[in-house]
Design a protein around this ligand. Structure first.
Ligand SMILES: NC(=O)c1ccc[n+]([C@@H]2O[C@H](COP(=O)([O-])OP(=O)(O)OC[C@H]3O[C@@H](n4cnc5c(N)ncnc54)[C@H](OP(=O)(O)O)[C@@H]3O)[C@@H](O)[C@H]2O)c1
Length: 244
């Protein structure tokens, strides 16, 4: 059972996961690219269960580690420090927003398979990639709650998947196994289970960018149960390779 969660990345998703983990009684070790001293405020807010460290230290400290940085920086994940660990990959590929990764476009590999190739001695599990960071925090519920949501997880290693599933459960969601890392395309951006089902409200009038952000942060989420996640994933259509 995970007692200490290591986090590489402490932005929107990393800090939401840290809040859920601390609320669930886990210790968290947070890290980012700028150094532990830049995480003082977040650590103070999280309280005595949290501390900040370097990415390699967070990797070593975690019974289980979450990699939640921008995908384009995946080669900076500390492979040696992450060896023999289960690593949860929340990262999504957004070529239009953050630039293309030729290897992905040309090979048809899923982004998590690419991360697994870099972290060859770790067991990579895809999770927490299909819900936005506000709803990730606000939709979390204890086991058995009637409005508990589910989240897909994918991975190649059975034991690591079980470990990640237990974490998903502890943090407030029912895990739904959607297959291997090669199958994880079915929860990526643009697929039916990605973000939208958890977030069905729409603003009632046209908003400025600032108003839109305020609305987005406040907007309620929608519970998405395990059967619905299975149906949404099952209805996904695999994108063709661009050059095919
Ligand atoms: N935002 C969402 O709602 C959402 C939902 C699902 C999945 N995702 C995915 O989850 C990942 C994180 O998203 P986010 O919104 O949390 O991003 P974010 O707010 O931009 O945070 C990124 C974090 O990664 C850190 N970082 C960047 N490069 C690093 C490196 N080389 N080593 C260690 N830390 C590094 C950043 O630290 P510094 O600030 O110090 O550089 C920052 O703490 C992305 O891949 C995204 O596609 C996001």
């Amino acid at each position: 059972m995970t007692k200490t969660l290591g986090l590489i990345g402490a932005g929107n998703i990393g800090s939401a996961l840290a809040r859920l983990a601390v609320a669930a009684g886990l210790d968290v070790v947070l890290s980012n690219s700028r150094g532990p001293e830049t995480l003082t405020d977040l650590v103070a807010e999280l309280g005595p269960r949290a501390r900040a460290a370097t990415p390699a230290e967070a990797a070593e400290a975690g019974d289980l580690v979450v990699a939640t940085i921008l995908l384009g920086a995946y080669e900076q994940l500390p492979a040696a420090a992450l060896a023999d660990k289960t690593v949860i990959d929340t990262m999504n590929y957004y070529p239009d927003r953050f630039g293309p990764i030729a290897e992905l476009d040309e090979s048809g590999l899923t982004s998590s398979s690419l991360v697994q190739r870099h972290l060859a001695d770790s067991q990579v599990i895809k999770a927490f990639n299909n819900v936005d960071f506000v709803r990730l925090f606000t939709l979390a519920r204890p086991a058995g709650a009637p409005d508990r949501s589910a989240l897909p997880i994918a991975g190649d290693d059975t034991a690591a998947k079980a470990e990640a599933a237990a974490l998903v459960d502890v943090l407030g969601y029912d895990p739904v196994d959607i297959g291997t890392l090669a199958d994880s395309w079915s929860s990526q951006p643009g697929t039916p289970v990605h973000v939208d089902p958890y977030f069905t409200a729409k603003p009632v009038r046209e908003l400025s960018q600032e108003e839109m952000y305020g609305w987005y942060v406040q907007a309620p989420g929608t519970a998405v149960g395990a059967d619905q996640v299975r149906a949404l994933v099952g209805s996904a259509v695999q994108p063709a390779l661009d050059h095919a």
